[in-house]
Write a protein that binds this ligand. Structure first.
Ligand SMILES: NC(=O)c1ccc[n+]([C@@H]2O[C@H](COP(=O)([O-])OP(=O)(O)OC[C@H]3O[C@@H](n4cnc5c(N)ncnc54)[C@H](O)[C@@H]3O)[C@@H](O)[C@H]2O)c1
Length: 273
């Protein structure tokens, strides 16, 4: 097992990609603390972690609240004695497709406070704990193909993910002397609630998949496997990178003419998530 005796926090780990990562970590021997803002989802996540044979704890933690970030680290250390891996996964998208000209400061702050400020300070507090322990650690930031695709219908989200790419590099440089490895993973479309909200429009899903060469959306488990790699010694010479897990979505410049990969069955499945 690749993560035996490791203690991990997944901030925003109660469902979707975060839960996929938590379950793969548990399968590799880690103990996992999941953070989130909904107790019901947190309790359900702990049941899934235990059913997978792992030891887990839920801590109610809104990453945009700096006191909550302190609390999840304190609770982790109280319960499991240490912190080895911090996954900054929490992320929210623009609820309304507001044109740039009409985005309000409130809309901007709501998304940036979770996606970028929460990640900035969550990583900082996790690193302080790892440095105090004295034997390094791992930070994984959750980015997106939006880190470089310019999607103006998800304007603030796109800006936040662009920021994560640079945050990851400067964190990696700043924390290298302490043997803390920092990388980001950047998914394309993955089967989760967040994706269902973005893709509840069939035409939009069709467009997304016509630019996804592999012809399907990805799964939280596939993201979990990449996170295991980034958290384990196998990736020790990978440094400050954003690793794209996107079925080729990021680099297909034009939609394939007359090409639609989304079937009625795929679409129904997505709506049921
Ligand atoms: N699903 C995709 O297609 C996709 C693609 C690229 C990137 N991502 C990124 O992956 C991450 C997870 O997305 P998902 O699709 O699994 O979303 P999701 O909505 O299914 O899950 C989001 C998780 O974040 C938590 N969360 C939300 N706001 C929070 C807050 N303020 N504090 C703490 N936790 C909070 C939720 O409790 C939940 O556990 C996000 O950062 C998202 O931007 C997702």
């Amino acid at each position: 097992m690749k993560l035996e005796n490791k203690v991990a926090i997944i901030a925003g780990g109660t469902k979707g990609i975060g839960l996929g990562i938590a379950l793969e970590f548990v399968r590799e021997g880690a103990t996992v603390v999941v953070g989130g803002t909904t107790d019901k989802n947190g309790d359900a996540a702990v049941r899934e972690i235990e059913a997978a044979g792992g030891d887990g704890l839920f801590v109610n933690c809104d990453v945009s609240n700096l006191g909550d970030l302190d609390r999840i680290i304190e609770r982790t250390v109280e319960h499991f004695g240490r912190l080895d891996i911090y996954v900054a996964n929490a992320g929210i998208n623009d609820a309304a497709k507001t044109h740039y000209l009409y985005i309000t400061p409130e809309q901007y702050d709501r998304i940036m406070d979770v996606n970028l400020k929460g990640m900035f300070f969550g990583g900082q507090k996790a690193a302080q704990q790892m440095i105090a322990q004295g034997d390094g650690g791992v930070i994984i930031n959750m980015s997106s193909v939006n880190a470089y695709l310019a999607l103006d219908s998800q304007f603030v989200y796109t800006v936040s993910k662009g920021g994560i790419q640079q945050l990851t590099k400067v964190q990696a440089v700043a924390l290298a002397p302490y043997n803390i490895k920092v990388n980001a993973m950047a998914p394309g479309p993955i089967e989760t609630d967040l994706m269902r909200r973005v893709g509840s429009d069939k035409q939009l899903m069709d467009t997304i998949l016509s630019r996804t060469p592999i012809g399907r959306i990805g799964t939280p488990q596939e993201c979990g496997r990449l996170a295991v790699f980034l958290a384990s010694d196998d990736s020790d010479f990978i440094f400050g990178q954003s690793i794209y897990i996107d079925g080729g979505r990021g680099f297909q410049a034009y939609p394939t003419p007359g090409y639609s990969t989304v079937t009625e069955e795929d679409y129904e499945r997505l709506l049921e998530l």
